[in-house]
Write a protein that binds this ligand. Structure first.
Ligand SMILES: [Zn+2]
Length: 284
């Protein structure tokens, strides 16, 4: 077992679930973060098929709409990003880089997956994309915004990650991230079937854990709100099938067959049981 909490290093933890694949989820008694004790080591998940469902113009615009909405809900306007240096950690297919380049930011992406880099270069011509891990990359410049969408939960060494993020920030810079909330209504209802307990998700942050990470790195937690994402029914159902989210697979397959195209591609937004977090370097 991973014998100390990846957020606060406490050794006091409770075993809360054994998942379908026999992995165990632990909960820290101090900061309430949860983490996975994996039965077998994680293979390379982030290959071409991991990004396959993102390599699509409709999906890219769906993601852009989500990012735009999240930034506005945190109180930012398009003008706030004009001329700003932005780092997207785990830039995937480049949807966020595309949005912020359009808003006039100087954008840099870091992406571990070669397939992701390939797509981002194609989607955002001229973008600066660094093919590396956020845990080993060395950066020469500082950033006004460091953004991580759905990345934090993939990293096993949460403390080290936030140490690194803080050193990349300008003095009045912001960290913005989304990550699953293990105490959301969704998580409480679904228990061990919560879709975010998928095998590439390793660490799940409570609000207390988030505040602890900020505090330990000289940052202020400005906001922790419920994230909302823009989805199409097609994308949602397809995820259930692809990620083998028991016990919903059969139902998802039936709906994919029966729902008319018009309904499958209609955009809608809802709270997904994730935190949307804004941290600031300095006092506000
Ligand atoms: Zn802890």
């Amino acid at each position: 077992m991973l014998n100390s909490c990846p957020v606060c290093t406490s050794h006091s933890a409770t075993r809360i679930f054994t998942l379908v694949n026999k992995d165990v989820i632990w909960r820290c008694s101090d900061c309430l973060a949860q983490w996975r004790q994996a039965k077998k080591p994680l293979d390379n998940f982030y290959n071409k098929s991991y990004f396959a469902d993102w390599d699509d113009e409709k999906v890219t615009s769906m993601k852009e709409a989500s990012f735009s909405k999240s930034l506005r809900r945190l109180g930012f306007r398009e003008e706030d990003f004009k001329g700003a240096r932005v780092l997207d950690v785990g830039s995937g297919n480049g949807a966020l880089l595309k949005l912020l380049s359009g808003w006039g930011s100087m954008t840099t992406g870091i992406e571990l997956s070669g397939a992701g880099v390939e797509m981002a270069v194609k989607n955002v011509p001229g973008a600066k994309i660094i093919h590396n891990s956020c845990m080993t990359v060395r950066l020469k410049e500082l950033f006004d915004y460091v953004i991580l969408t759905d990345l934090v939960e993939h990293v096993e060494q949460t403390r080290e990650l936030f140490n690194r993020l803080a050193t990349w920030l300008e003095r009045r810079g912001y960290i913005i991230f989304t990550t699953p909330d293990p105490y959301s209504l969704f998580a409480k209802i679904l228990g061990r079937y919560w879709p975010h307990y998928t095998s590439e998700h390793l660490v799940f942050l409570s609000k207390k854990a988030i505040r602890k990470l900020a505090e330990d790195n000289g940052l202020t937690t400005v906001k922790i709100i419920k994230n909302k994402k823009v989805y199409t029914a097609h994308f949602f159902l397809w995820q259930i099938v692809r990620k083998e989210m028991h016990p919903f697979i059969s139902l998802a397959k039936i709906l994919l067959k029966l729902l008319p195209d018009r309904l499958q591609t209609k955009q809608f937004s809802f709270a997904t049981g994730e935190h949307l977090v804004l941290m600031f370097r300095g006092k506000r």
